[in-house]
Design a protein around this ligand. Structure first.
Ligand SMILES: Cc1ncc(COP(=O)(O)O)c(C=O)c1O
Length: 262
């Protein structure tokens, strides 16, 4: 495994390829709508809210010193985990407490840990619908870690189309140790329907493996979602949230909500 780690770390990353593509697009002669490579929009209302929150911290005796001067507990600061658990249990009835929550340095470091812990030396992670997030390409310590399934493509009017999970071609065996999907997906913005979520969860349960949901853009926050979609959690799911697209990418806060044993 350590040799794999060495080789992977020395090779070209998906993110650096993306940055190359963005650079070339910007320097090309075609008229491009540059939507950026992951930075959230600077929304004045959000930034003012965060500015005021920081000002309150600065004005409160001891809060700033605590914020910059103390290590948090290994699972992440308790008050924040309690607040998140209360939000989800009060608003959505999820049966969770702070014991179901771990904070990480950005959600991508949580994916790195989850993918490799779950897959180990020889199992696969199923991406039930592709295209999927390019950042995952760098998360596996083995080249064959991910196996992706092609989508079913529904053609709509106006040269538009919609991706759906192709349950007909989705086959799982015991070489898989988890299913993972981003919802909405980067870069396609596809949003798995509530029915597709339930279908994937059923499949995961049937094979006794977890269903990882990358909720970086999802509901209830930051809720960059323009279709019908309910927040989703189940004992057998692992919901990964992020504060990055909410407007705090530099703070790199990932929130993993999972069964306590995991
Ligand atoms: C699909 C997806 N997941 C997660 C993230 C956020 O990762 P992090 O929380 O590490 O900033 C991104 C950011 O681009 C993303 O596109």
């Amino acid at each position: 495994m350590s040799r794999d780690f060495q080789n992977r770390s020395r090779s070209r990353s998906g993110i650096s390829q993306l940055m190359d593509d963005l650079g070339k697009a910007m320097s090309g002669s075609t008229d491009m709508l540059m939507l950026g490579g992951g930075n959230p929009a600077h929304i004045p209302e959000v930034q003012n809210y965060i500015r005021e929150a920081l000002e309150r911290i600065l004005a409160t005796e001891g809060r700033f010193e605590q914020m910059i001067g103390n290590y948090d507990t290994p699972m992440g600061i308790t008050a924040f985990r309690v607040a998140i658990a209360e939000l989800f249990s009060n608003e959505y009835g999820w049966p969770i407490t702070e014991k179901n929550i771990v904070l990480t340095n950005g959600s991508q470091s949580a994916f790195f840990a989850l993918f490799n812990i779950l897959a180990g030396d020889d199992k696969h992670i199923l991406l039930p619908i592709t295209p999927e997030y390019i950042g995952y390409a760098d998360q596996g310590l083995r080249d064959d870690l991910f196996i992706g399934n092609k989508p079913e493509i529904e053609h709509l009017d106006n040269q538009q189309f919609k991706y759906h999970v192709d349950f007909e071609t989705l086959s799982l065996d015991d070489s898989f140790s988890a299913i993972c999907s981003s919802r909405p997906t980067n870069p396609t913005a596809n949003v798995l329907s509530n029915a597709e979520m339930t279908g994937l969860l059923d499949l995961a349960e049937k094979h006794d493996i977890p269903f990882i949901i990358d909720n970086a853009y999802g509901t209830p926050f930051p809720n960059i979602i323009y279709t019908e979609a309910d927040p989703f959690w189940h004992k057998n799911s692992i919901v990964c949230m992020s504060l990055s697209k909410f407007g705090l990418p530099s703070v790199r806060t990932g929130i993993v909500i999972a069964d306590e044993s995991l």
